[in-house]
Design a protein around this ligand. Structure first.
Ligand code: SAM
Length: 241
């Protein structure tokens, strides 16, 4: 089903007519409905959060697969909470920490954790990761992030419906790589020895992320999305602590 079909299946009569007018003016269906599906689960979606993308399911699948038994992760830039929450639903043995610079996004994520039944295993913190790495007095097995990764100038050329999403969820700085540089390896001190970074990356960012890993002597592996693009990076730092 495309987004218009989803609107038609969810709304009726005058409400649907008004919704179609908004949709045709560029408002994403998820913002009109106030909810969206990700990995078969329903998430509350407001204009303060990025709309969960199908591609991000690859990140979750990989996270679910690499977390050790009774392990833990920290999700940087959690937005709606979709990465953390869908992982916790599939791994009842693990716990998660979720951070975002946006307090309003965190409010949405907290409600989503509650409605999806994982609130008891997910802790939320406000943190600007461009200024400092989260300091929680805790360590994690995986730092996971789907950060903003679109180059600043490209954000202005995105489709009008994507530009309705929060700019802070999209804009990754001049070359789109600001967040990877900030998070890696600054978060090494909150990883257990043997810990890993798992990033969603832009379709053309594999070489740059590989070079970032090499610069710090880290190993890297990449995984493709459903369209055959390299969209998930696993970085394994050399943590001799
Ligand atoms: C691409 S969105 C990802 C949202 C969600 N994880 C997902 O996959 O749908 C990036 C998220 O990073 C957050 N963010 C932006 N700048 C940040 C910063 N300086 N520190 C922490 N989080 C930030 C945004 O608010 C947004 O929620």
């Amino acid at each position: 089903m495309n987004d218009l079909d989803i609107l038609k299946a969810s709304l009726k009569g005058e409400t649907l007519e008004k919704a179609i007018i908004k949709y045709n003016a560029g408002t994403p269906a998820a913002y009109i409905l106030g909810k969206w599906e990700f990995m078969g689960d329903t998430y509350e979606i407001t204009r303060d959060v990025l709309i969960p993308r199908l591609d991000t399911e690859r990140l979750v699948e990989k996270l679910v697969a690499i977390l050790p038994k009774n392990g833990s992760f920290i999700d940087i830039g959690t937005g709606s909470g979709c990465v953390s929450i869908s992982t916790l639903k599939r791994r009842p043995d693990v716990i998660g920490f979720a951070v975002d610079v946006s307090k309003k996004a965190l409010e949405v994520a907290i409600r989503n954790a509650d409605s999806n039944g994982v609130a008891d295993r997910l802790t939320f913190f406000t943190c600007d990761v461009l200024k400092f790495a989260p300091e929680l007095g805790d360590r994690f097995d995986v730092v996971v992030s789907n950060p903003p990764y679109i180059p600043s100038l490209s954000v202005d050329r995105l489709d009008i419906s994507v530009r309705k999403e929060p700019r802070i969820a999209l804009d990754g700085g001049e070359d789109g790589l600001d967040f990877y540089r900030a998070i890696f390896p600054a978060c090494n001190k909150i990883l257990y020895p043997g810990g890993k970074y798992l990033f969603e990356i832009g379709f053309d960012q594999k070489d740059a992320i590989e070079a970032l890993a090499r610069k710090y002597g880290a190993g890297s592996e990449f995984y493709k999305d459903y369209s055959g693009n390299w969209r998930v990076a696993l970085l394994i730092p050399d943590l001799k602590q």
